[in-house]
Structure formats: structure tokens, C-alpha cells
Ligand binder design. Structure first.
Ligand code: KIV
Ligand code: ZN
Length: 517
């Protein structure tokens, strides 16, 4: 990270795996978090907040696993202002080449009185104690006053000064409830720079939530006022309305250097890939008109726009699709395409698969090519998302026959391969999806509760693949499963089976192994 020499270099701190995961239903398993962390590192993110190790064993293990794998970026763990939180965070980060402990406590009058039920003096002492304790494990310590934007200024300045004296190297100012406006938030950063005597010894960071849709605007205003770290997430994932979207911050800085003369280390060509990976894993779909990564972000529908684009792309395009990694592929895939072309195509799409997943994806591609005339990139991405991890699954989808229509009862005859043995069951239900899920429940009895069932068409056309997300909750864990097929019911069965596989066994095994290591 060459940040020290360039005074206009903005550090990108990604918190998709921590704050992003706090988004309702966006929980990820350890393997998924590692995949995201490795991609974030590759794209040039400076700091990866990998989790909140005291929160659960799963969080501990993911921070620990990411600390082992990621070598270029700083790996960060979150901790409240308690010794045991900080100790647990330090343990999880132990293998990291470059580690950061991020400790926080609320400082607004409202939070101190009602949430913490602590006096300001005790909060102030906790700031000093927590930062000093964190410094015993790492020279890189970040401190955050939660609800910072609503904190009384004198008290905020006093806490910030003490945190820096105690050894904090980054001071992060959160707009925890997304209440600030850009001019006000910039003013807050300026105020800290003017009033805190030792502020030059730390980097000022900002962490903005999007409750009023101002997270990115507030972050950029803060950068103009002197902040040099922005905390953000892929697709703007995060608590409630989310966090500042990384892709928007990076592309605003890249596209408007005339107004925003600041740089990041992020290679923007990875943006689309990161967006798809995070959406695929979490099941939190990106709205079509979302800036930078929405399906329509580079689509020109209106005739007069299309005419302008044909004459000069600059008429309606302020950045190129290629700059965010949206490549127009030259390889057209169809039923005659072989393994070599398929592998090349996946490379173009930025999808990397192990041998087993590749074989599975290729097999699925061939099946699809038999059914569908045109295979779009989106179809292949859906197949790839489906194929990852398939080889190790306990339960495998084999076949489904459904009887449905306006006169019931709807019926599903399903065959699954469970631990290498095939069994079939015929179930009825309130509609074909219900019948299919009932059959799964008989073939693989479980207590998991369905939290979300979501279908979307991968492309246009009546022969489009349906991509189904199923969210299950079981044993205090929430998992998302995905399935894609031209048959919506087959996609539904695949998605349900994929979620069950995630719930079944594997995670417990990983937790045990990592904790006893
Ligand atoms: O929003 C917030 O205040 C946070 C802190 C833990 C930084 O996420
Ligand atoms: Zn937050």
C-alpha cells in the first residue's frame, strides 16, 4: 500500500464481510468469506475487515482463515471496548502478515445514556483502556466513536485526542445512523482537524450508512475535508439501508479527478466480478438501476440515446463498461463449444473453478445448450455460481417430475442422491414449489425454516434460466442456497438442496478444526 508518500491517496477499507454481513439475511459461510476476501485483495483493497471475532465461532474462524490466506492487504477484526473482545480479535488475527484491531464504543449522549448506560467519564476511560490494550497486539489500531456524527463536539474531540495518545493510528468517524448531510459531515472532519491537537498523528477515516441515501456523498465530502480512509462495502451491502458502496466511491474518484483529485489502489476492472460474487453468495440482488453495477447501468434504451451512442459513446457514457470489468465477449457459446472454449470463456468472465467444479459446470452448460438457443454470459455465471462446492455436497439433485396446473393436487416426484445413495419420494403440496420442498423434507428430514424464496430470470426470453435463492435458518444459522435452470421448479429444488448442504455438517467441521489448531 503506497499510501504514505501520496497525500491524496485514499485508503479503501472494505467491510463487506463485517458490516455487510449484518445486512438482513446476508450471512456467508467461511469458504464464501474467504473467496470474497481473496478477490478483494486481488482488486487492490487496502484493508479487509474480515469479521467480529467475539460475535461467534464462525466469525472467529473466518477472520482466522482470512488472516492465513491474505498476504497483501491488511486484515482487520472488530472488537468492542472490552478486554475479552480485543483478546479474541488478536487471537483470530494472529496468523496475519499485516493486522489491524478496530475497537469502538458509542460516544453520543443518546447511546451512552440508553445503550451503554455509562457516564461519559467512564466511556472516556474505556477509550484509553481499549486502545492501549489493543496496541499490545498490533501497532495498527483503529478506534471508532460509534454514533460519532451525533456526538457532542467537545466530548468527541477529547475522546479522539485520548485515543491517539493511547496509540490509535486510524480514527474512524462513523455516521452510524446515516443522519448526516454532506456539508455537515465535511464540517465535522474539518472541526476535528482544527481542534484535536494530535490529529496529524492518525489517519482520519469515515464510515457512512445510507439511511438517507447519502452515504457516498458524505464519504466523498469527508475526503475533500481531509479524510484519507473510506469504509465501504461491495454493492453497498450493510446494516439497514447499507454502507457507502465501494464501487461508487472508486468510480467517482476515477471519473471526476477534476473535482475529486484523489486516488485509490483499487483496480476498477474487478468491480463487476466482485459485485456478482457478493450478490451470488449473499442472495442480496442488485437493483437494476443501481449505479455502476446495476444491470441497466450501461444499457441505453431510449432511441435518442442509442442514436447518440452510435455517433459517439461519450454522449451518454461517462465511464466505459470495460473500466468496471464489463467485457463484451468475443466468444459465442453454443452446443458445439468444447471444454477448451468453455474454459477460455470462463476466464474472460473472470470465473476461476477447481477441477471438480469445472467438470460440473461444463456438464451443466452442455445440458443448457441442448435446451436453449442462445447462451448468454449471465447464463454461464449462474451455472458457475451453482457449481462451486457441488462436488463436496452430501445431497445432490438427481431428477424432478411435477404435476401442476389449475386443478390440484400438485405433485412432485423427486430423486436425490444423499451420501451416495439415491432415493425417490412423491409428495403433494399447495402448489408445485411447496410439493417439491415437501418431498425434500421427507427425503432429508430437517428442522430448518424457510426464510426467503426468490426467483429471478437470468436473461430475457421465455427460455431464460430462472435463478432461485432459498434462505434457510437452522441451529441459529442462516444460509443462502442458489439454483439455476430453465425449469423454475428444478432451479427451486437445486436452490433448496444447496442451502441444506450448507447447513449440513461442513461448517461445524471447519469450526472445530480451526479452533483446535
Ligand atoms: O456503523 C457503525 O458505527 C459501525 C462501527 C462499529 C464502526 O459499524
Ligand atoms: Zn456500520
Amino acid at each position: 500500500m503506497s499510501t504514505s508518500t501520496d497525500k491524496n491517496r485514499v485508503i479503501i477499507f472494505d467491510t463487506t464481510l463485517r458490516d455487510g454481513e449484518q445486512s438482513p439475511g446476508a450471512s456467508m459461510n467461511i469458504d464464501e468469506k474467504v473467496r470474497i476476501a481473496e478477490l478483494l485483495e486481488r482488486m487492490g483493497v487496502d484493508v479487509i475487515e474480515a469479521g467480529f471475532p467475539i460475535a461467534s465461532n464462525g466469525d472467529f474462524v473466518s477472520v482466522n482463515e482470512i488472516s492465513k490466506r491474505v498476504k497483501g492487504a491488511i486484515v482487520c477484526g472488530l472488537a468492542r471496548a472490552h478486554k475479552r473482545d480485543i483478546d479474541r480479535c488478536a487471537d483470530a488475527l494472529e496468523p496475519a502478515s499485516r493486522k489491524r484491531i478496530h475497537t469502538f464504543i458509542s460516544t453520543s449522549a443518546l447511546h451512552m445514556k440508553y445503550k451503554l448506560q455509562m457516564e461519559p467519564e467512564d466511556v472516556h476511560q474505556a477509550v484509553i483502556d481499549s486502545v492501549s490494550h489493543a496496541r499490545r497486539f498490533s501497532d495498527d489500531v483503529e478506534w471508532s466513536p460509534e454514533d460519532g456524527s451525533r456526538t457532542e463536539h467537545d466530548f468527541l474531540c477529547r475522546c479522539v485526542e485520548s485515543a491517539i495518545d493511547a496509540g490509535a493510528t486510524t480514527i474512524n468517524i462513523p455516521d452510524t445512523v446515516g443522519y448526516a448531510t454532506p456539508d455537515e459531515f465535511a464540517g465535522l472532519i474539518e472541526m476535528l482537524r482544527n481542534r484535536v491537537p494530535n490529529i496529524d498523528k492518525a489517519i482520519i477515516s469515515v464510515h457512512c450508512h445510507n439511511d438517507l441515501g447519502l452515504a457516498v456523498a458524505n464519504s466523498l465530502a469527508a475526503v475533500c475535508a481531509g479524510a484519507r480512509q473510506v469504509e465501504c462495502t461491495v454493492n453497498g451491502l450493510g446494516e439497514r439501508a447499507g454502507n457507502a458502496a465501494m464501487e461508487e466511491i472508486v468510480m467517482a474518484l476515477r471519473t471526476r479527478p477534476d473535482r475529486l483529485p484523489y486516488t485509490t489502489g483499487v483496480n476498477s476492472e474487478y468491480i463487476t466480478k466482485a459485485s456478482r460474487l457478493v450478490a451470488g453468495i449473499t442472495g442480496v440482488v442488485v437493483q437494476p438501476n443501481k449505479a455502476i453495477v446495476g444491470a441497466n447501468a450501461f444499457a441505453h434504451e431510449a432511441g435518442i440515446h442509442q442514436d447518440g451512442m452510435l455517433k459517439h459513446s461519450g454522449t451518454y457514457e461517462i465511464m466505459t463498461p470495460e473500466s468496471v470489468g464489463l467485457v463484451k465477449s468475443t466468444l459465442v457459446m453454443g452446443k458445439h463449444s468444447g471444454r477448451h472454449a468453455f474454459r477460455k470463456k470462463l476466464e474472460e468472465l473472470g470465473c476461476e473453478l477447481g477441477d471438480n467444479a469445472f467438470q460440473e459446470a461444463f456438464h451443466r452448460f452442455k445440458e443448457l445448450a441442448d435446451k436453449k438457443k442462445e447462451i448468454f454470459d449471465e447464463d454461464l455465471i449462474a451455472i458457475v455460481d451453482d457449481a462451486v462446492g457441488h462436488g463436496e455436497n452430501r445431497i445432490k439433485f438427481v431428477s424432478l417430475h411435477v404435476v401442476c396446473g389449475s386443478t390440484g393436487p400438485q405433485q412432485a416426484e423427486l430423486t436425490l442422491d444423499i451420501d451416495g445413495e439415491q432415493s425417490t419420494h412423491k409428495a403433494t403440496g399447495n402448489g408445485p414449489v411447496d410439493a417439491t420442498f415437501n418431498a425434500i423434507g421427507v427425503l432429508f428430514p430437517h428442522q430448518a425454516r424457510l426464510q426467503l424464496y426468490q426467483v429471478h430470470a437470468v436473461t430475457g426470453g421465455t427460455d431464460a434460466q430462472a435463478e432461485v435463492t432459498v434462505r434457510l435458518e437452522g441451529n441459529g444459522r442462516i444460509v443462502n442456497g442458489h439454483g439455476a435452470d430453465t425449469d423454475t421448479l428444478v432451479a427451486s429444488a437445486r436452490a433448496y438442496v444447496s442451502a441444506l448442504n450448507k447447513l449440513a455438517a461442513k461448517r461445524e467441521k471447519t469450526v472445530q478444526t480451526a479452533l483446535s489448531a
